[in-house]
Design a protein around this ligand. Sequence first.
Ligand SMILES: [Zn+2]
Ligand SMILES: [Zn+2]
Length: 285
Amino acid sequence: MLLLETKLKRLKTLRKRRPQDAEIYDFHTALSQFLHRQPNQWLSFSTDLKSWDSRRQAGFPLLTGAELQIDPEPAGKFFAALVENLIELGQEGKSELNQIADAQKAGSIPIKALLVACLEKDRAPLEAFASELQIPSALLEYICSTTLAFGLQEWLKEIPRPDYSDWKKGYCPICGGAPSMGELAGKEGEKRLHCSICTSDWSVTRLKCSYCGNEESDSLEYFTAEGEAGYRVDICRKCSGYLKVVDSRELGEGLPMDVEDLNTLYLDLIAQKEGFVKGKRTLKN
Ligand SMILES: [Zn+2]
Ligand SMILES: [Zn+2]
């Protein structure tokens, strides 16, 4: 089944199960359909794929911001269409979205620099530009990371699949992103991490914090929410990081992890209320 179909089917199932959140599922259904209709191939990387073995062995992800290239015209069109779509879907912050749309029309949005900032998790350029436009930086970051994720995923379809079977880090081997979700899969309950930007997934040591590398079992715990089988939250008392985990042995394999992330926002609320933080990234583990 195509990824889009899998996603739409799962959104439909969850919408039925949680009618009180219908608005969220409808929004993401419409957004997925919109993204599927967009032309691609305006983003690429000048990365030398032959250097992958040495990069990977040194613990560096495949892609860096310095190698990101965009074709400005179609990239700008995509960006404008996305903002337009968010306005049509009734996304909150309509006046801020209109401001972004106007800035895009005036050609004043430094799209490439903002995409590089998203890839490198460098908030400063995003915050600086958001304050220039007097809009919340979270909104700008959302639009830019959606743009980056789309362009990156399309580009990855065009290159030979890089081998990263020996990668055990807590960040994505391809784009360096922090994992958005974890998964326990297969009979042995192998732990896999999923990247929200490029959708790569990779296998890691189960009893180890993905953020700080802590392996002391007495400070690694997890909690579940009542009545929600198949989901848990791994927490590390050493760095206060948390990771939501889907147990595919209970829920079935091949679930679209971005939808599972969306479906478990209540787990983020519980974890954050307890003082845990998601997506801490460190290059030390
Ligand atoms: Zn990634
Ligand atoms: Zn930790």
